[in-house]
Design a protein around this ligand. Sequence first.
Ligand SMILES: [Zn+2]
Ligand SMILES: [Zn+2]
Length: 321
Amino acid sequence: MTAMSFLMVLPALLLVAVLFDISSIGSSSVSTNLASDAVLQTFNDVEGDIPILTSQVLMEEDKRVIESGESLSNSRKSLKDDLQGELNSKYELYGNSTGLKVKCQVRAVDSSAEPFEVEVNTTVWVEKGNISHMENLTQEVSITSPQCRVADPIPFIKCKYYGGVTNTTERIIYGSSLENYLNYRGVPNAWAYENATSPLIIKKCPYDPYKSHGKSQGFIILKNCIDNGYFHESSDGSCFLCRLEGKSTCPHYGFETFVVPAPSPNNTVNSAPCSSDHVIFNDTNGVSGTYPGNHVVYYKNGVYYFKLFLDNGHQNKYGII
Ligand SMILES: [Zn+2]
Ligand SMILES: [Zn+2]
């Protein structure tokens, strides 16, 4: 080949070299992208699974407590261990055939600043080949979503040794057990809670601001709230995780509901233990944890008076005074 003919062929040789190079870069970046897509997709799947599995373990522990009446000694640890177990069994063999590896460590399950949620902290690590993704996640899991229906465990724990409670799909029926429990503690006027009821499923009250309950015409909002069995945010009432431990009050921001006395054909009683559940079940300071309230008739159907007993603080909170 003469020098001249070589120079004429050179551009073609260069072009081939460049094209070959591009195609080889292209194929390696395609496989890198595929691996990184698979890693990110799997990471997103795990991130989506954690709240679902958390809801499951919350409902399972709640069910165990209400069926046995036995509180958990450390609900945060039990739930953390349960969730870790679920994640381990789901992801142990996940993606083995495709070379994907998943590890998920539950760092903590704890109360959230939002009382109707539980906070879950995890570290999720996904690897495929030389591509990996690791992230610390903090997720707030609702305890009142359609995927997470939990019953209030406190009445089942507190009344277990006083005759126990029964329930319908919506309400807890105390029979004589609440009266027995209050009498045992020496609380005056315990008989006002013979055949009382309270809500079974924890549901967040939509009537906000809360003062609307008492300000409404004929207490219609208060009545709707009681009929629907709603719970209200409360700094005095315990959070869900402490309720699983049988505590009616706790340091966390929690919630409260009304324990509703049976409707009465007469209106002669005007003082009895305050109907807020954290007051009724506050047995940490003996009798003094349960203080009295004045009667609030929120409905009358001609024969029966429907009433709560509320102290000034609670009457003020719900707009009754
Ligand atoms: Zn309400
Ligand atoms: Zn708490």
